[in-house]
Design a protein around this ligand. Structure first.
Ligand code: ASP
Ligand code: MG
Length: 409
């Protein structure tokens, strides 16, 4: 018998049939003697519609009212889920964020959870009740409804699992787990059975959008085992058929490289001929930061005649804002700005890199053999990222997948 938090994402509760399907899974877990807290997202597409309603009223809406609008999608699915469970003879009820309460700070639109009261939930769980909790929402210190940022239901689920000291947090979604690469690009990509929080964080922030980054951080901090699995597969969470995100020491057969991630949403900017004196990087990246531009990879050339070039990447959608900011930038002198908006970042991720040499070299050699040019390189202890022309994304990801032995059965 275990205490499980089971979270169903938007596609898993997209219509009544799917809510019934999700309820069947919960019923199987309950019948097996487990205590279950269910966390639900809004039906897929609903949150987007609600966000759109707000923007139609005013582009400068009151963030507190935005939260009361966009949190409503989850209220609908939690009530429906409770009914579906009741229909199956399960004692279930919905608990809105304020009723538990899930307390957050006052930062509307991207609030952070501060505490969750679990006394009442524990009491009910011990009485064989199932609690259904809407993800994404909480209540502020001032008693207003807050939301946790897009994709925040994952974080609600992991936070509840941590607060309840649950044995596991199952995240039901529309893929069977986390794969070694995007299966749409690499037909030989495979589901990863176990992955460390560290690797998952790298993959989550690299655009393999299975889990909200913040939920992985929270799972790591509280050592909550998180399983990613598909609600369209036959198995329930307790069959452990998905990908388990866990601590490094629980992973026996460690691959050197666990996965290849790619992000095609990259643009490269080179600011040519800035002065090579102290404070230039602070000034350049300072103006970009105050314009809320997200800078990722950065390289500075060696200096010639007291001048140097700065090359960095930003999300493609922020390219125009970045260039405009630099053009208007207070007393920043440079010769010209060169941009390329068709770049992709390819990353190989694996904790095995910590203890194995030659991982970077395999990457460079593989790309060289395919005649793919590398523009920027950045590394961390468990990741090597390179920037290439977007046109070569498929070729690069496939070749690297093979080169690191991930194609094998
Ligand atoms: N419904 C919210 C969103 O789409 C939260 C979630 O599903 O995680 O962002
Ligand atoms: Mg999601």
């Amino acid at each position: 018998m275990a205490l499980i938090v089971a979270k169903f994402g938007g596609t898993s509760v997209a219509d009544i049939e799917r809510i019934e399907n999700a309820a069947n899974k919960v019923a199987i877990e309950v019948e097996a003697g487990n205590k279950v807290v269910v966390v639900v997202s809004a039906m897929s597409g609903v949150t987007n519609t609600l966000v759109d309603y707000c923007s139609q009223i005013s582009p400068l809406y009151d963030a507190r009212e935005y939260d009361s609008v966009v949190s409503s999608g989850e209220q609908i699915t939690s009530g429906l889920m409770a009914m579906a469970l009741q229909k199956r003879g399960i004692d279930a009820r919905s608990w809105l964020g304020w009723q538990i309460p899930i307390r957050t700070d006052n930062v509307h639109g991207r609030a952070r959870i501060k505490s969750i009261d679990t006394d009442e939930l524990h009491k009910r769980l011990n009485n064989s009740e199932v609690a259904v909790v809407p993800g994404f929402q909480g209540v502020t210190e001032l008693g207003r409804i807050s939301t946790l940022g897009r994709g925040g239901s994952d974080t609600s689920a992991v936070a509840l699992a941590a607060a309840l000291c649950a044995d596991r947090c199952d995240i039901y979604t529309d893929v069977s787990g986390v794969s070694t690469a995007d299966p749409r690009i690499v037909p030989l990509a495979k589901k990863i059975n176990k992955i460390s929080y560290e690797e998952m964080l790298e993959l989550a922030s690299l655009g393999s959008k299975v889990l909200q980054t913040r939920s992985v951080e929270m799972g790591a901090k509280n050592a909550v085992p998180i399983q990613v699995l598909s609600s369209f597969d036959d198995e329930v969470g307790s069959a452990m058929a998905g990908t388990l995100v866990t601590t490094e020491d629980k992973i026996m057969e460690q691959e050197i490289v666990s996965g290849i991630a790619h992000n095609r949403d990259e643009a490269k900017i080179t600011v040519v001929g800035v002065q090579d004196v102290p404070g230039i990087a602070a000034k350049l990246f300072g103006v970009l930061a105050s314009a809320a531009v997200n800078v990722d990879m950065i390289v500075q050339n060696i200096s010639a005649d007291g001048l140097t070039d700065m090359t960095f990447t930003v999300p493609r959608t922020e390219l125009d804002l970045a260039v405009k900011t630099l053009n208007d930038g207070v007393d920043l002198q440079y010769k010209e700005i060169i941009v390329n908006d068709k770049m992709a970042k390819i990353s190989v991720v694996g904790i095995g890199m910590k203890s194995h040499a030659g991982v970077a070299n395999t990457m460079f050699k593989t790309l060289a053999d395919k005649n793919i040019n590398i523009y920027v390189i950045s590394t961390s202890e468990i990741k090597i990222s390179i920037l290439i022309d977007d046109d070569y994304t498929e070729l690069a990801v496939r070749s690297l997948h093979a080169a690191y032995g991930l194609d094998k059965e």
